[in-house]
Design a binder for this molecule. Structure first.
Ligand code: ZN
Length: 264
C-alpha cells in the first residue's frame, strides 16, 4: 500500500469514527433543544430512573448492544432511535469523505456538518413539527462557506438558490393560505428551503424539492389511505431534509447526467 492510499484510508476511518461520536452528541441536541434544556448540563441520564450514564454506558452503538437496549439501572427499554441517529450520522460523514475528500476537503467538511444539521431537523420536526431557527442559521453559515468553495456550482448559483428558495416557498405558502384558508407550509419550511438554496445552489435545490415533493406525495397518500384521516397535518421538513441530502451528495452527478441525456 502506498503512502497516499494509506492516508486516504485513515481519513475515511477518521470521518466514520468522528461521525459516530458527533451522532451521539446529536441525540443530546434532538432531545434537549425542543425541551428548551441546556446542552451542557445535566449529564446524560435515564429519563425513567435518573441513573446518570457513565462513560462506558455512552459509547456509540456498542453500549446499546452490550446493554441489550436497556438501562443498566432500571432495565427500562432504550429507544433504538439513539443508535439509529449515531449510525445515520456515521454513514453521512463517511459519504461526505468518500465523495468529496479528494475533490475539496473544505467542501467535504461543509457537507458533513450540513448533513448533521439535517439529521437534527429531520428527527425534531418528525416528533415536534417544529424547525428551530438555530438550525436554519447554521445552514445559512454553511451555505455562505459552500458558495465560496463549491467545486461544482458558482457562488452566483448559490445566491440565486437562496433567494429563489425562500421566495418560491413563501409564494406557495401564501397562495395555499389564500386558496385553502389554512397553512400548508410552515414558516420553518420556508426558512429551511431558503437556507438550503444557499447551501446547494439553485440547480440542486430544484432537484431536492422535486425529490421531496414526489416522496412526500407517495408517503402521504399511503398514510392517508391507511389511517383514513384527510386533515391531519404532517411535517414536511423530514422529506425536505432527505431531498437536500440526496441533492448535496449526488445532485451534481444526476443533474449533469440528465442534461447530457437531453444533449445540453
Ligand atoms: Zn433507568
Amino acid at each position: 500500500m502506498d503512502v497516499q492510499s494509506f492516508y486516504l484510508g485513515a481519513a475515511y476511518l477518521l470521518a466514520a469514527v468522528l461521525g459516530l461520536c458527533v451522532g451521539s452528541f446529536l441525540n443530546v441536541v434532538i432531545y434537549r433543544v425542543p425541551a428548551g434544556m441546556s446542552l451542557a448540563t445535566p449529564s446524560s441520564h435515564c429519563p425513567k430512573c435518573k441513573y446518570v450514564l457513565r462513560w462506558y454506558d455512552n459509547i456509540p452503538v456498542l453500549s446499546y448492544l452490550i446493554l441489550g437496549g436497556k438501562c443498566r439501572s432500571c432495565h427500562a427499554k432504550i429507544s433504538f432511535r439513539y443508535t439509529a441517529v449515531e449510525i445515520a450520522n456515521m454513514l453521512l460523514w463517511l459519504l461526505s469523505a468518500l465523495l468529496f475528500w479528494q475533490v475539496n476537503i473544505a467542501y467535504a467538511v461543509i457537507c458533513a456538518l450540513a448533513s448533521s444539521v439535517f439529521v437534527c431537523v429531520f428527527f425534531i420536526d418528525l416528533e415536534h413539527k417544529l424547525v428551530f431557527d438555530r438550525f436554519v442559521l447554521m445552514l445559512i453559515a454553511l451555505g455562505i462557506a459552500a458558495a465560496v468553495v463549491d467545486p461544482y456550482y458558482s457562488a452566483l448559483s448559490h445566491i440565486i438558490g437562496g433567494v429563489a428558495g425562500f421566495a418560491a416557498f413563501y409564494l406557495i405558502a401564501w397562495l395555499f393560505e389564500r386558496i385553502r384558508h389554512k397553512d400548508g407550509l410552515g414558516g420553518g419550511d420556508i426558512k429551511l428551503t431558503g437556507a438550503c438554496g444557499l447551501l446547494l445552489g439553485w440547480q440542486r435545490l430544484l432537484f431536492a424539492v422535486l425529490c421531496a415533493a414526489v416522496v412526500a406525495s407517495v408517503v402521504l397518500i399511503v398514510l392517508s389511505r391507511v389511517k383514513g384521516e384527510e386533515d391531519t397535518e404532517y411535517p414536511f421538513a423530514p422529506f425536505l431534509t432527505c431531498g437536500f441530502a440526496v441533492a448535496m451528495f449526488f445532485g451534481h452527478r444526476i443533474i449533469s447526467a440528465y442534461l447530457s441525456l437531453l444533449g445540453i
